[in-house]
Design a binder for this molecule. Structure first.
Ligand code: PAF
Length: 280
């Protein structure tokens, strides 16, 4: 696996590969790689001739400086996992390389960006879209491979790609879960064993929602949300939000639309914020 740190070198290398007719799949990450990222890299491998990964803790998507500072970083372990998973190129730029002095541009995907995660983390998706658009222009991938655990991010980036007519196919990869059901996340390593057990309330609440919809035919979202709230709150964690929304517009639904609904949960445990979701 080749590690490239400069934009100019990455562009030169990747344009040459494209000229040779090699197809590129791209996995953007912020490092702290885990089994979920491994699945993304494996998917990239299956989709294209060249699997490219970026590792960049993007400061503009953090609205809380403490969160940015505490974000787990281990480049050596990340590069090892990326190579094992089959990545061909790791693009690992510095903050100055991506945001040189005088960088002013930002990308905003309107109303989709200000609700749910965007309401709890103002400016978060502006940072995500800005960096992903820049990375897409550097890599120019045929496929952009994203995890579906970040459901709102997936919807927003799909919109950005469509709205700006970018020549890349957005590929969503289902959430990878740890043995007990906790969704793999870079932030999981910040949890104590006890917090990790508590965090399972999200998975339990999502499974219960599936049961209520599929086995008991409950479609009224008010009733389902009530069940989610009590499942989370009885576990002693702080619920940031629970929402049942359209997968296309991210607008709240009064009734579940089978095949078109996201159930989204965000919690806080101590200083750690976690999200999870399911599709119905
Ligand atoms: O999902 C992430 O890790 C980040 O939001 C992304 C897409 C790499 C942009 O920084």
């Amino acid at each position: 696996m080749e590690v490239i740190r400069q934009i100019a070198a990455a562009k030169k290398h990747l344009r040459e590969e494209s000229r040779k007719g090699r197809r590129i799949a791209f996995v953007p990450t912020m490092g702290a790689l885990h089994a979920g990222h491994r699945r993304l890299i494996e998917t990239a491998r299956e989709k294209a001739d060249l699997a490219v990964l970026s590792i960049f803790v993007n400061p503009t998507q953090f609205n809380d400086p403490e969160d940015l500072q505490n974000y787990p970083r281990d480049e050596e372990a990340d590069l090892r996992l990326a190579e094992e998973a089959g990545a061909d190129i790791a693009f690992v730029p510095t903050v100055e390389e991506i945001y040189p002095p005088g960088f002013f541009t930002s990308v905003n995907v309107g109303r989709l960006s200000t609700k749910l995660e965007g309401a709890s983390r103002p400016g978060h998706f502006r940072g995500v879209c800005t960096v992903v658009l820049k990375l897409l222009e550097i890599v120019r991938p045929d496929h952009l491979v994203l995890g579906l655990k970040d459901a709102q991010q997936f919807t927003i980036l799909q919109h950005m790609v469509d709205d700006l007519c970018l020549d890349t196919e957005v590929v969503g990869v289902p959430t990878v879960r740890e043995a007990g059901g906790l969704a793999c996340s870079s932030r999981n390593i910040l949890l104590t064993p006890q917090q990790r057990r508590k965090a399972l309330c999200m998975y339990r609440a999502l499974k219960r929602t599936h049961f209520l919809v599929k086995k008991q035919g409950i479609l009224h979202t008010g009733e389902l949300l009530q069940a989610i709230r009590s499942a989370v709150q009885t576990s002693g964690v702080e619920l940031d939000y629970a929402a049942i929304v359209s997968r296309v517009t991210l607008e709240p639904l009064e009734h579940v639309v089978r095949g078109g609904t996201y159930v989204l949960i965000a919690i806080r445990i101590g200083k750690v914020r976690l999200i999870d979701n399911t599709r119905i």
